[in-house]
Design a protein around this ligand. Structure first.
Ligand SMILES: [Zn+2]
Length: 428
C-alpha cells in the first residue's frame, strides 16, 4: 500500500537544523533528500501556506490571500482574521467557495482518505479541508467526513500539546493493526512549535532552543513509527518540513495610522482603504469607488522607509497573488541581514495588526519575502528521492501536493506546483 506521511514543524528555519540543536532531523538528512532552495508562499504566513499546501496552488488561485485579508461584501471592503474558526465558512457564503481549488482531502476522499492533525490556529487547520472530506483534528473542533463534528483535540498550544498530539497521531493514523485505527493515504501532522515560542522569545535564545529540541523529538517519534510501517510492507513517502521561517522583529509599523496621516484613508473604521497586517508584510485593499486614489497610494507606499518591496496589482502575479477582493498592493516590510543578540541573522519590520496586539520587538515574526522567513526546510524520504543528497533545485510549498499525489499514483492535474520525485516512480 502506498501512503504519504507529512510532518510540519511550524516556522522552523532550515539554518537551525544541525546536529546539536535538532539531532533527529540531522540524522534524518542522511536517509532523506534535502532541498536547500525551498521557499514559502507569500504572505509567508501559516493560514495562507496551509491553503497553498492543501491545493498545490498559489493564493491567486485558492483565494486565501493572507492570515488577515479583506472580502468585498456587497461592494464594501470587510476586514477579516482568517485564523478564526468560522472564516472559511463565512467566505463560502460571500464568495461561493471556501477555497477556490480542490484540497488534497477532497482529491483523496475516494482514494484512501486524509487524516489531519493540526495544533496551529483554527483557520489554518480548517484551510486543509474546509468542505469536510477527511478526518480533521483541532482544539477548536474536530470533524469526520461530511463535516460531522467529532469532539475536540484536547491539547494545549505549546510544546506539551504538540507532544500529546504527536502521540495520538502515531496511535491513530500510523499504527499497523489495532481495531479502529485508520491508515489513510495521507496522514498530516502540523505542529505549532517552534513557531509559537519564536513569536514570544528571541531566535537562538535558550528558551527557543529548548522548545526546538522538543519539536525535533516529535519529528523523531514519527520517523521511528514510519520504520515500523515499512517493515509491515507499506511504501511510505515521508515528508518532513516547515511552512516558513522567521525574521527577528526590528520594529513595529502602524501602516493604517500612516495612511490616515497622509490623508489617503479617512479613519480607523473607514473602508476606503484597508491595510491588513500579515506580520512582516501587509496587504492593502482599495475600495473600487476609490480607484482614482491608486497613483497617489502607489507613490506614497514607495516613499515609505518601512516598505521593503512594494508590489502593485500588476506585480502581484510575481508572488502568486492576484487583485481579488480589490487587493491593490502588497508590501514586504523592510528587512536586513543584521544579526540579533544571539547571532541569528535576519531582521524585518512588522506591520501592527488591526486588533492592536502585536508580537514583541526582538522576538520572531514572518509573512514577507525576506531571506530567512522564505527559508523553510524540506526533507523527503522514499521512492524517487536519493538518500543523503542536498538538492539546489528551487522548490516551493506548491510542489508538495503534486509530489504526494504522484507517490499515491494519482493524477496531479490542475496545480501550480510540480512533483519533486526524480526519477518519477513507475506506474502502480
Ligand atoms: Zn507557520
Amino acid at each position: 500500500m502506498h501512503r504519504v506521511v507529512v510532518v510540519i514543524l511550524d516556522g522552523l528555519r532550515r539554518d537551525f537544523i544541525e546536529a546539536a540543536r535538532t539531532p533527529n532531523l540531522h540524522r534524518f538528512a542522511t536517509r532523506a533528500a534535502s532541498f536547500a532552495a525551498h521557499r514559502s508562499a507569500f504572505p509567508s504566513a501559516t493560514r495562507c501556506v496551509s491553503a497553498t499546501f492543501a491545493t498545490g496552488c498559489h493564493p491567486a488561485r485558492h483565494g486565501l490571500q493572507g492570515n488577515a485579508m479583506a472580502l468585498l461584501e456587497a461592494g464594501v471592503l470587510v476586514p477579516h482574521d482568517a485564523g478564526l474558526p468560522g472564516f472559511l465558512q463565512h467566505k463560502r457564503v460571500v464568495t461561493g467557495r471556501a477555497l477556490a481549488e480542490p484540497t488534497l482531502a477532497e482529491r483523496l476522499a475516494p482514494h484512501g482518505g486524509a487524516v489531519i492533525f493540526s495544533n496551529v490556529s483554527p483557520g489554518a487547520a480548517y484551510a486543509h479541508d474546509p468542505d469536510g472530506f477527511g478526518h480533521l483534528h483541532h482544539r477548536a473542533g474536530s470533524f469526520a467526513p461530511g463535516r460531522i463534528p467529532a469532539g475536540r483535540l484536547e491539547v494545549t498550544l505549546d510544546a506539551a500539546g504538540d507532544r500529546a498530539m504527536t502521540q495520538r497521531f502515531i496511535a491513530e493514523a500510523l499504527v499497523t493493526a489495532p481495531l479502529g485505527a485508520r491508515r489513510p493515504a495521507l496522514a498530516l501532522l502540523w505542529c505549532a512549535e517552534p513557531d509559537h515560542i519564536q513569536h514570544d522569545q528571541p531566535l537562538g535564545s535558550p528558551a527557543h532552543l529548548a522548545v526546538l529540541a522538543e519539536a525535533d523529538r516529535n519529528a523523531g517519534a514519527v520517523i521511528e513509527a514510519i520504520d515500523r510501517l515499512r517493515q509491515d510492507g507499506d511504501e511510505v513517502l515521508l515528508i518532513v518540513g516547515s511552512d516558513h521561517g522567521h525574521e527577528t522583529v526590528s520594529g513595529l509599523v502602524d501602516v493604517e495610522a500612516d495612511l490616515i496621516a497622509a490623508g489617503l484613508k479617512s479613519s480607523r473604521e473607514s473602508t476606503d482603504i484597508v491595510a491588513q497586517s500579515n506580520g512582516t508584510s501587509t496587504l492593502i485593499y482599495l475600495a473600487p469607488e476609490r480607484a482614482a486614489l491608486r497613483p497617489a497610494l502607489d507613490a506614497f507606499l514607495r516613499s515609505r522607509d518601512w516598505a521593503g518591496i512594494v508590489l502593485d496589482a500588476d506585480e502581484l502575479a510575481t508572488v502568486g497573488q492576484a487583485p481579488h477582493n480589490a487587493l491593490a498592493f502588497a508590501v514586504s516590510m523592510r528587512a536586513s541581514a543584521a544579526a540579533n543578540r544571539y547571532g541569528v541573522p535576519g531582521t524585518a519590520l512588522a506591520a501592527m495588526p488591526r486588533a492592536g496586539e502585536a508580537h514583541p520587538v526582538g522576538a520572531g515574526q514572518h509573512g514577507g519575502l525576506a531571506a530567512f522567513e522564505q527559508s523553510p526546510f524540506l526533507m523527503i524520504d522514499g521512492d524517487g528521492f536519493a538518500p543523503g543528497i542536498t538538492s539546489a533545485r528551487p522548490t516551493h510549498i506548491v510542489d508538495l501536493a503534486p509530489t504526494i499525489l504522484t507517490h499515491l499514483r494519482l493524477p496531479a492535474t490542475g496545480m501550480d506546483g510540480s512533483a519533486l520525485q526524480h526519477p518519477p516512480p513507475a506506474a502502480a
